[in-house]
Ligand binder design. Structure first.
Ligand code: ADP
Ligand code: MG
Length: 297
């Protein structure tokens, strides 16, 4: 299950991670009051959809010259103008597919003075059977591109589940991210916090891109993308409450009510198969013959 950036930040804030103040809104009328709650003078208006690449995304209804799905505003008036232009329109990013996603919610956030943009994620690394931090100094951009062009800039630090995040682990992450001074000090608390949140909430993936070093030398979580293990949701009522069904495929929602493992796909050959291995093989055969499956079931 995926959640929105502003929800992910609330979860992380609950664990003590440094995130900016922000207010989520669903109508442009709320924009002014939301921005007034923030210190200013820099505001950021961020589309809340379950997909990344929003900053570089384009709104279908607006011209090619229009700004993307994450916009800086230098006054409350400008933040309100962005909100009016963005809400209700369809944002197409590298992760949404051509159809894009309708922006029904915005997060108006305090703007940060950014010195460096870093990449920090947590995932279950199956090759070592442990949760691992994957970090890079090359944050704020497409990490797949970094992994492809400069794989040496991606560092993986696996965490022993019995020991948790040790001082050695933190030192390794700090070194990989080239953190010094206050930022390295912040890392000592932040990295164990992220690991705790990941494990306790049964996350599948926690991606912070970018994690920033601010001009004042401190760390801040600037973006947060979190997905949870669906099989563990039964024990997290608080996380289940964050589900936004408008972001999900209606067919998948219906299937989940019946406990079916169903994934909607783009093709037109329906598959009802017994067993995941056979279902995968069936999809492979369909593709081998040049057609596209409509679903995995
Ligand atoms: P996405 O990854 O979907 O494009 P991000 O939240 O990473 O969205 O935002 C894109 C970029 O916008 C960031 O890399 C950062 O440069 C800038 N940005 C985002 N939030 C803020 C903020 N609160 N203050 C200043 N800049 C921001
Ligand atoms: Mg990002």
């Amino acid at each position: 299950m995926n959640i929105h950036e502003y929800q992910a930040k609330q979860v992380l804030k609950g664990y003590g991670a440094p995130v900016a103040d922000g207010v989520a809104i669903t109508s442009a009328d709320q924009a002014e009051a939301a921005a007034k709650q923030l210190p200013g003078p820099l505001y950021v208006v961020k589309s809340q959809i379950h997909a990344g690449g929003r900053g570089k995304g384009k709104f279908k209804e607006l011209g090619a010259d229009a700004k993307g799905g994450v916009r800086l505003a230098f006054s409350i008036e400008e933040a309100v103008a962005h909100a009016k232009e963005m809400l209700g329109n369809t944002l197409v990013t590298a992760q949404t597919g051509e159809a894009g996603k309708q922006v029904n919610r915005l997060y108006i956030e305090d703007g940060a003075d950014i010195a460096r943009e870093l990449y920090c994620s947590l995932l279950v690394d199956r090759s070592v059977g442990q949760t691992a931090f994957v970090v890079s100094t090359e944050g704020g951009m497409d990490i797949e591109e970094v992994a492809h062009a400069t794989p040496e800039k991606i560092h993986t630090i696996a965490i022993n589940p019995e020991a948790g995040v040790t001082a050695e682990n933190v030192a390794a992450i700090n070194a990989a991210l080239e953190l010094t001074g206050d930022a390295a000090e912040d890392g000592k608390s932040l990295f164990p916090i992220l690991y705790k949140a990941f494990v306790e909430k049964d996350m599948d993936m926690l991606e912070i891109n970018p994690l920033i070093v601010m001009e004042n030398g401190h760390l801040r979580v600037l973006d947060a993308k979190v997905s949870f293990d669906g099989n563990a949701l039964y024990r997290h009522e608080d996380i289940r409450a964050l589900r936004d069904e408008t972001e999900e495929d209606a067919k998948e929602i219906e299937a989940s009510k019946w406990d079916l493992a169903y994934v909607a796909l783009d093709g037109n050959i329906g598959c009802m198969v017994n067993g995941a291995g056979l279902a995968m093989a069936t999809m492979d055969i369909i593709k081998l013959y040049g057609k596209e499956p409509a679903n995995f079931c």
